[in-house]
Design a protein around this ligand. Structure first.
Ligand SMILES: [Zn+2]
Ligand SMILES: [Zn+2]
Ligand SMILES: [Zn+2]
Length: 107
């Protein structure tokens, strides 16, 4: 009886380990996947409002609507808010250092 029980416990532990590893892999793949959709300037996903607008939308809901996404010729995307501040100092893409020119804007 007690032997059987300990055998079962070992089995459970094995399954748990495999599960943890699988879960970790899934998380790692997921974060890799979203990396290109993350604004390199504020580190927030471009489909969400940027940090600045998120802070403001707590006070003013409509602030969020102005936060659009821009894609450069290099296909990197950022928040327009973040990029418009960035280009004042450095007219290059923060990710690939190519000269920044806007390919399209929107959501
Ligand atoms: Zn941003
Ligand atoms: Zn914004
Ligand atoms: Zn780029």
């Amino acid at each position: 009886m007690s032997e059987e029980q300990s055998a079962m416990e070992t089995d459970n532990q094995k399954t748990e380990k495999m599960f943890t590893l699988k879960k970790w892999n899934a998380v790692a793949m997921w974060s890799w996947d979203v990396e290109c959709d993350t604004c390199a300037i504020c580190r927030v996903q471009v489909m969400d409002a940027c940090l600045r607008c998120q802070a403001e939308s707590k006070k003013d809901f409509y602030g969020k609507q102005d936060c659009v996404v821009v894609w450069g010729e290099c296909n990197h995307s950022f928040h327009y808010c973040c990029m418009s501040l960035w280009v004042k100092q450095n007219n290059r893409c923060p990710l690939c250092q190519q000269e920044w020119s806007i390919q399209r804007m929107g959501k």
